[in-house]
Write a protein that binds this ligand. Structure first.
Ligand code: SF4
Length: 353
C-alpha cells in the first residue's frame, strides 16, 4: 500500500511525497526491497531518463585541514597517514582533466581540503579553472569548503558550473560529526552558491550512525535546498578517524537509502560516490537500478575507486548511456573514443535545468 501510494503520487499525480508517505515506505521490511528498488528505478526513468552522468575528482590540496569532521582522513586532528600536499602544479591539474575527458567524464571537480579558501588558494583555483576550460573544454566544478558571498561570485564569474558543498548528514546528527563549524554554516554556503548563479551539488555520507528516520530527514533537508545533484557517499571507515570502527551499512540498507533518496528527490541527479565498492560489493549494479543516475569514476579523494573501464562495462551491461550531465556537457564516449556529443535527446520531461 505505501508503495502504491508513492507510485501514484510520483508517477501519476507528479507531486512530491510527504514525510509521512516516505516514512511509510521506509517502514516496509527489507524483504520488500526489490519492490522499492523497482519503484525508485521507474521514478528515475520517468524524471531523469536512462542516462548516467560521470564525473572525476582531483584532490588538488590534500590533508592538514583544521576542521574535525569525524569521517575525514584529511583532518589534521587525526593520525591517518593520508598524503599531505599544497595545491598541485597547474600541469598536474590539467593532466588530470585530460585523463578525465579520456575516461568519458563530462565534469571535472577541483577539490581542496580546507575549511574555506584563503585568497592565495582561491587565486590558484581560479587559474586552474581557466586552464582546464582552455585545455579540455570540460565543465569545471569546485569543492573548496565554506564560501563568502564575494568568493562565490568570483567562482561563478570564472565559469565554475557547479559547486559541491555537502551537508554531510542531517541537522540532528551533524554536531556529533563536526564541532568546528555548524550545519547552518554549511547551509549558508549552499545558499550562497545558488544566489551566485552556480549549480548546487549537495549531499553527504550515509552510515555514520544515523537512524533510518534521520536518513529520511536528511533527504528532505537536502530537497529543501533544491540541489541539481546529490552525491551519496557510503561510509568507508578510515583508520585513525573517530569513525574508523563504525560498522559498514549492509548492502540492503544502502540500496534502501538510495531508493528512498530517489523518491524524495525525483528530479535530482543522485551520484553514487565514495564507498560504493566496499559497501555495495556484489550489488554494485543495483545502485544504478535503485534510483542513482550518476557516478564518480576513477579514484576518490583518499581512497581508490574502480577503473573507469569497469564502470563503462557496467553501464553497457545495464544498457544505460553516458549522459552529458546536469549542465551542457560536450563529450560522449563510445567505441570511437571521446568526441563531441550531438544534441541531447529529450528524455527528461520534468527536469528543471
Ligand atoms: S570533510 Fe572537508 S572540512 Fe571536514 S575535515 Fe575533511 S577536508 Fe576538512
Amino acid at each position: 500500500m505505501p508503495l502504491a501510494t508513492a507510485e501514484r503520487a510520483l508517477l501519476d499525480e507528479r507531486r512530491p511525497l510527504t514525510r509521512a508517505e516516505v516514512a511509510a515506505v521506509a517502514a516496509l521490511p527489507l524483504d520488500r526491497l526489490p519492490d522499492l528498488v523497482a519503484l525508485a528505478h521507474r521514478v528515475r526513468l520517468a524524471y531523469c531518463g536512462p542516462e548516467v552522468e560521470l564525473e572525476s575528482l582531483i584532490n588538488a590540496k590534500s590533508g592538514a585541514c583544521p576542521e574535525d569532521c569525524a569521517f575525514c582522513s584529511q583532518s589534521a586532528r587525526f593520525e591517518t597517514g593520508v598524503d599531505v600536499y599544497a595545491f598541485l602544479d597547474m600541469d598536474e591539474v590539467v593532466e588530470a582533466a585530460r585523463a578525465t575527458r579520456a575516461a568519458g567524464a563530462t565534469q571535472f571537480c577541483i577539490v581542496v581540503a580546507v575549511r574555506g579558501p584563503e585568497e592565495r588558494l582561491l587565486a590558484k583555483v581560479l587559474d586552474g579553472v581557466a586552464a582546464v576550460h582552455e585545455e579540455t573544454g570540460l565543465e569545471v566544478a569546485c569543492s573548496l569548503g565554506l564560501l563568502t558571498d564575494e568568493q562565490a561570485g568570483r567562482l561563478a564569474a570564472a565559469g565554475v558550473k557547479r559547486y559541491n558543498h555537502n551537508l554531510e548528514t542531517c541537522r540532528e546528527v551533524f554536531p556529533s560529526i563536526c564541532t568546528t563549524h555548524t550545519w547552518d554554516d554549511r547551509v549558508e554556503t549552499a545558499r550562497r552558491v545558488v544566489d551566485a548563479g552556480m549549480e548546487l551539488c549537495c549531499g553527504g555520507i550515509l552510515g555514520m550512525g544515523e537512524t533510518l528516520d534521520q536518513r529520511i530527514d536528511f533527504a528532505f533537508e537536502l530537497a529543501a535546498l533544491d540541489p541539481c545533484e546529490v552525491p551519496v557517499n557510503l561510509l568507508d571507515p578510515r583508520p585513525g578517524t573517530p569513525l574508523g570502527d563504525q560498522e559498514l551499512l549492509s548492502p540492503r540498507e544502502a540500496l534502501q537509502a538510495i531508493a528512498l533518496f530517489r523518491l524524495v528527490l525525483p528530479r535530482t541527479w543522485i551520484r553514487l560516490a565514495g564507498g560504493r565498492e566496499r559497501v555495495l560489493g556484489e550489488l554494485q549494479a543495483m545502485g544504478l537500478l535503485a534510483g542513482a543516475n550518476a557516478l564518480i569514476v576513477g579514484n576518490y579523494l583518499t581512497t581508490i575507486g574502480r577503473s573507469p573501464g569497469d564502470d563503462h562495462a557496467l553501464l553497457d551491461a545495464l544498457g544505460m548511456p553516458v549522459a552529458d550531465g546536469p549542465g551542457e556537457g560536450r563529450f560522449v564516449v563510445d567505441g570511437a573514443g571521446a568526441h563531441a556529443r550531438p544534441a541531447r535527446p529529450q528524455t527528461i520531461p520534468l527536469r528543471v535545468e
